[in-house]
Design a protein around this ligand. Structure first.
Ligand code: 5AD
Ligand code: SF4
Length: 437
């Protein structure tokens, strides 16, 4: 979501005459786009600002902005705590950037130093602005994100998102299809639909759900692959499950966070589903699409989590077998219900549990990668690998795939889906050779 938002900010700023540079030194403006999901993420922003201080001291005309959910949550407080910051603005305000810069410039011309805080929630206005400004991606790539839904009404007791991103809002079908079509015309062949609760997406006028939207997007000429993230188990419906067997453009990869395998922890988290309901969903998906790769988010050390609660998470992982996963120690977020719980889990216990969980998840990821050895997979090539002489792309299962290619074939491969024979399986990627030589 933040990668997507940064691209939109760069586009809004292009209208005001700015263009991206590769380093902060010498820049006229620096914007930190921030994440507030865990505590360390917020602290990182303040230390990053500290590192930028000499640049601001050397050039007081430089504009320093903080965007994203830390900005949304800190608001005025950030203005006080970080005197070098000129503007603090939340995720729903990016289309106002040219206006904000006008305000800063006008103030400076009048000899004052205005400092702006914009943290209101006009999500509809943001979607309207996306529509008004057709996308001109600054970096040409064969893959693109398209936001279809913003915000969250679920109020998991550990999570700040409902407070920082606001209530669930869905973007209109026609706007999404129009944006996807424009991207396809620019050579994008893989589209990932984004939303904090992407499978809660619903067209307000027609009632269309995500399966129907994916169907429409799959018809656009040039769109070869569709993905979506992140889903909530509660919002899954039979039609979306069936789409995984029926829509040939929909890739066999599903990020479906479970957070914990213990029913009492799931209840305390306000996830509104049990471990068994999650397992039954997974089984339904796998019967629609047997080769589906599953991924999840996990939190260990949620307040009150006992050894047997944690064992239930380990059991669920064993039962599902994930292709990929993200796992975190519970981090108390001020203002969320779980932060005030009186039985917080000891840091050392959290660390031990996280290490055990990650060991199991990593082993599953390696096993999933190894299953692909000897198979021939369609790979969408995206860019040269870091290793010279290699191109990298993605398998249908979102695995990075590296392939040795003659330098003069590089340009031909970018943006094409080509069959690759998999000859190497590593912890985080695959390697192979072009199947037709
Ligand atoms: N502590 C730890 N992890 C968290 N997440 C969200 N809030 C917290 C928190 N307070 C994780 C969840 C979510 C992912 C995006 O971040 O697993 O799915
Ligand atoms: Fe946060 Fe839960 Fe909403 Fe996901 S569903 S964004 S974890 S509150």
């Amino acid at each position: 979501m933040n990668v997507y938002d940064s691209e939109r900010m760069a586009e809004a700023l292009a209208v005001a005459g700015y263009q991206p540079v590769n380093a902060p030194e010498g820049a006229d403006m620096i914007i930190l786009n921030t994440c507030h999901i865990r505590e360390k993420a917020a602290e990182k922003v303040y230390s990053e600002l500290g590192r930028l201080k000499p640049l601001k001291q050397a050039n007081s005309d430089m504009i320093i902005g903080v965007a994203g959910c830390v900005a949304q949550a800190e608001g005025e407080e950030m203005i006080h705590r970080a005197p070098m910051v000129d503007m603090v603005f939340g995720p729903q305000t990016y289309q106002q950037l040219p206006d904000m810069i006008d305000d800063l410039d006008a103030g400076r011309r009048a000899g004052t130093r205005p400092r702006l805080v914009r943290t209101e929630f006009p999500a509809d206005e943001k979607f309207a602005a996306l529509k008004a400004a057709p996308r001109q991606p600054i970096t040409r790539a064969p893959t693109a994100f398209v936001t279809v839904q913003e915000g969250c009404d679920k109020f998991c007791t550990f999570c700040v998102v409902p407070y920082t991103r606001g209530a669930e809002v869905s973007r209109a079908t026609t706007d999404i299809v129009e944006e996807a079509r424009a991207l396809a015309e620019q050579g994008v062949c893989e589209i990932t639909l984004l939303g904090q609760n992407v499978n809660a997406w619903q067209d307000r006028e027609t009632g269309l759900r995500l399966d129907g939207l994916l169907g429409q997007l799959g018809e656009i000429s040039g769109v070869e692959r569709l993905r979506f993230t992140t889903s909530h188990p509660r919002d899954m419906d039979a039609a979306l499950i069936a789409a995984h067997g029926a829509n040939p453009k929909l890739m066999p990869y599903l990020h479906l966070p479970v957070q914990s395998g213990s029913d009492s922890i799931l209840k305390a988290m306000n996830r509104k589903h049990t471990a068994d309901e999650y397992l039954r969903l997974v089984a339904a998906f796998r019967s629609a699409r047997p080769d589906l790769a599953l991924s999840s988010d996990f939190i260990v050390g949620f307040p009150g989590e006992t050894d047997s609660d944690f064992d239930a998470t380990m059991d669920l992982v064993a039962a599902v077998s994930y292709a990929q996963a993200f796992s975190f120690k519970y981090s108390p977020r001020p203002g969320t219900p779980a932060a005030d719980h009186d039985v917080q889990v000891d840091e050392a216990v959290k660390s031990t549990r996280l290490a055990r969980l990650q060991e199991r998840l990593n082993a599953q990821q390696i096993a999933f990668n190894q299953e692909k050895l000897g198979q021939t997979l369609p790979v969408l090539f995206e860019k040269p690998s870091r290793q010279p002489g290699q191109m990298s792309g993605r398998s249908p299962y979102l695995q990075p795939v590296h392939v040795g290619v003659d330098a003069h074939h590089f340009d031909q491969l970018v943006g094409r889906i080509v069959l690759v024979k998999i000859t190497g399986a590593h912890a985080n990627s695959l390697s192979g050779e072009l199947a037709d030589g």
